[in-house]
Design a protein around this ligand. Sequence first.
Ligand SMILES: [Zn+2]
Length: 261
Amino acid sequence: MKSINTLNLLMEASCAGGLKSQCQVARRVTETWADANLFCAACTSDRIRSLPHNTQAIDFACPSCSAPFQLKAGRVWNERKIPDAGYHAMMRALASDRVPNLLVMQYTPDWNVRNLLVIPSFFFAPSAIERRPPLAPTARRAGWIGCNILLSKIADVGKIKVVANGMPIDASAVRGQYATVRPLATLDVRARGWTLDVLRLVKKLSKRRFSLSEAYEFAPELSKLHPNNRNVEPKIRQQLQVLRDMGLLRFVSRGEYEVLR
Ligand SMILES: [Zn+2]
């Protein structure tokens, strides 16, 4: 197994020789780097492999566990949202649990990997997908509707750092965090949205211990996200139990909870 300390953060720009568009160059350089350097967060494989292009929104797969990955790379680091492809295709992928793990990369003008996150596939809930306005009638693809992935609507435990401010994170730490949240993958995709929303709000409290009444304060936001559910408080209690069963929370005493690392 490769030690992460050898993770080379300098990307090779020469592999993009002959390409003209800035966008194509960036894609070639970042994908070549990931193919040659990135390890799988979901298992102990020290590589993930590029797939032929046009494999529906999937850029890489792990040769060992088959985990699919999509890479989104840019020079600008927007921690709130990143543009993705078609809105309807994304919602269909979500509903059938076919969203790949997402790699979000920021690189410097001299092609160094500055930040890299891996977001496990099971962290995408409908609340994290924003519908963009349809393209103008004058656009080449008039009427097409894209989407944004709202990173701000994904719990921090689901945004696993692989490189942070130019420093590689140890592979065992990355895999450990992936393993901690992995039980969420076993939840039915229709139920998972609630669990992820409650988890995100609990994490946003930034407290090790919290009370049920603090959790009930999420009710207005949760009602907005899930307008068909009128029993929000019982639903919050139920989701806290789910998170306990997943090993992400502990019940300390009646109405008091503890966030586990
Ligand atoms: Zn793997």
